[in-house]
Design a protein around this ligand. Structure first.
Ligand code: SF4
Ligand code: SF4
Length: 344
């Protein structure tokens, strides 16, 4: 039988930044939070995402005996400067559609387990960050992000891959705690533009720019428009201001050539005027939370970013949008953005 150490060695060899093991016990604390803050998550269930099911690994995989968590450092390269501030970093590296990097290595790791008689299953609604902390891989920040214990210079630029396995392994020491330095005066909470961080470890996801940019109801409310700034899809603000991320951020990393190759397709002009075909071919392979019939969200976000850019060169684009785009939500935002640029 393969040993725990051999599994650890395989994970590093395949390119993961860290690996930990935890029991298959339910995530009761997470369940309690979901139930206590149920009104925050109505929209999740309306979209068919059963978060409560994810709190019980056995409900996902009845044969589960242990949980293996792999940690991916998704910031090994720098991101194209044109993309930063507009698109969240984790979305730029999300290869769930292209299946060309993390997906391949996860497959390779699972094949390794399988070759040793261990079956594994991933679950879409498992509390990944909590699983990682329970497996001793990281602690939390007051921005609700997971900070690695060893990998990526203890930064939050890590993504846990959670696998339920049908064999039992000794669990690692959990590190489920908030580990922010006392001298940090809650910089993340102060910096959150939309007030989504309500206090240490408490986020209202409905106010988070990530939610507002790809799931928000209708046209973005006026009170959030300026606060969302240039952000089109996702937000990293509470991680960018965090001193726990300084060691990683203060490196001269090479810019990802892979992302640079498609970054031009995410130019604000292209997004504002795109049709469904463009979205399907150029955008959706990388940022896919909206179905093609909801491209109005991307267009609306591009219009808002143009207004907030204070760049008068976008006036002509917004006028063209008003002449061509029939979606009332996009038109409302384009009008708002144009008025903002015209007032300069
Ligand atoms: S991602 Fe942005 S909007 Fe969301 S909590 Fe962090 S700073 Fe606030
Ligand atoms: S900004 Fe400060 S309080 Fe927020 S997660 Fe980082 S260290 Fe913790």
């Amino acid at each position: 039988m393969v040993t725990k150490q051999e599994i650890i060695d395989a994970a590093y060899q395949i390119g993961f930044a860290d690996i930990g093991f935890t029991s298959a016990e339910p995530f009761d604390s997470h369940k309690a939070i979901l139930e206590e803050r149920a009104s925050f998550y109505d929209w999740v269930y309306e979209r068919g995402m059963n978060l409560l099911k994810g709190t019980d690994p056995k409900a996902i995989y009845p044969e589960v005996r242990s949980i293996i968590v792999l940690l991916e450092n998704y910031h090994q390269e720098a991101f194209p400067p044109d993309m930063l501030g507009k698109f969240g970093r984790c979305y730029m590296v999300d290869d769930r559609m292209t299946k060309d990097d993390l997906a391949q290595r996860t497959k390779q790791f699972r094949a390794f387990l399988s070759s040793h008689g261990i079956q594994s299953k991933s679950g879409p609604y498992l509390p990944q960050r909590l699983a990682a902390a329970r497996a001793g891989l990281g602690t939390f920040g007051k921005n609700c992000m997971l900070y690695a214990n060893k990998a990526a210079r203890q930064s939050s630029w890590v993504f846990p891959v959670v696998l339920l396995v049908d064999q039992e392994f000794a669990p690692d020491e959990p590190t489920v705690t908030v580990n922010c330095p006392t001298w940090c005066k809650n910089a993340c909470i102060a910096a959150c533009p939309t007030g989504a961080l309500r206090g240490p470890n408490k986020i209202d996801p409905r106010k988070c720019i990530s939610y507002l940019s790809y799931y928000g109801e209708g046209v973005t409310p006026i009170e959030y428009r300026e606060a969302m700034g240039m952000k089109v899809y996702g937000c990293d603000r509470c991680q960018e201001v965090c001193p726990r991320n300084e060691p990683w951020m203060n490196q001269d990393l090479p810019v990802s050539q892979k992302i640079s190759a498609w970054a031009k397709d995410f130019d604000l002009r292209a997004l504002l005027h795109m049709d469904e075909q463009y979205y399907i071919e150029k955008v959706q392979p990388h940022m896919f939370y909206m179905p093609p019939e909801e491209i109005w969200r991307f267009q609306m976000n591009a219009a808002r970013a143009m207004g907030n850019s204070l760049n008068p060169e976008y006036k002509e684009e917004l006028k063209r949008c008003l002449a061509e785009n029939r979606d009332e939500r996009v038109r409302e935002m384009a009008t708002w953005a144009l008025e903002k640029l015209n007032s300069l």
